[in-house]
Design a protein around this ligand. Structure first.
Ligand SMILES: C[S@@+](CC[C@H](N)C(=O)[O-])C[C@H]1O[C@@H](n2cnc3c(N)ncnc32)[C@H](O)[C@@H]1O
Length: 208
């Protein structure tokens, strides 16, 4: 099943950037800039972006940590990582890792921030809880996990495409997460704050 999902994402990587720009009303790509800014990451910091996909968040994060910092983009799809590699060519502080986010191959307490954009609701079964446990393990004490998610689209066509995609990943469960994620995250973090996002089509939760 995991292999099937990896293949699905390998194929999806070919059209992913155009799809998500339409869905999130983010043709200029400002959403990932906002996400990077909200991390509060500083020069020299280490930041992890899980389910990095085509790596849309990596360049803005690299801009924050500077040449002496480190940004790790993690994903289990080789297709997505190939696209991320193209996007981050020349960024020496960016490193790409192929792994499952439910088992992070990092030491404990090493990252100043962990981000995840437009992906958490797509994680299957126990992977969601395992991923949150792993994120908490890998964060430095007092540092935050930032989760950016879609609002359910209002535009009919985009909503139809969105629901078709959700079917491939367990529609009911994915919708539950998209609608009630604050409550879910509060079961795992002491503090969960929602940050405003200018496009109105996405939301960011900052969890500490
Ligand atoms: C919808 S894309 C989001 C990509 C990117 N974060 C963005 O904001 O555009 C979801 C990504 O999660 C990855 N993914 C899904 N399940 C995963 C898992 N268990 N471990 C690692 N990556 C996973 C997929 O390969 C895909 O690249």
């Amino acid at each position: 099943m995991r292999r099937f999902r990896q293949k699905y994402y390998d194929l999806f990587s070919k059209v992913y950037d155009r799809f998500v720009a339409l869905h999130a009303s983010d043709k200029q790509g400002v959403l990932r800039d906002i996400l990077a800014e909200q991390t509060g990451a500083e020069p020299g910091d280490r930041v992890l972006d899980i389910c990095t996909g085509t790596g849309a968040a990596l360049r803005p994060l690299a801009g924050r940590v500077g040449a002496k910092g480190l940004v790790v983009g993690l994903d289990f799809s080789s297709g997505m990582l190939a696209a991320a590699r193209e996007k981050t060519r020349g960024y020496g502080q960016v490193c790409l890792v192929q792994a499952d986010c439910g088992r992070l191959p990092f030491k404990s307490g090493v990252f100043s921030a962990v981000t995840c954009s437009h992906a958490f609701y797509e994680l299957k079964g126990a992977t969601q809880v395992n991923t949150l446990d792993e994120i908490k393990r890998c964060l430095k004490p007092g540092k935050s996990f930032l989760m950016m998610e879609h609002e359910v689209p209002e535009n009919r066509l985009v909503r139809l495409l969105f629901h078709i995609r959700l079917m491939s990943m367990g529609r009911e469960r994915a919708l539950q997460i998209l609608k009630h994620e604050a409550g879910f995250l509060k079961q795992h973090f002491r503090q969960v704050r929602k940050a405003a996002v200018v496009t109105g089509k996405s939301k960011i939760y900052i969890c500490t």
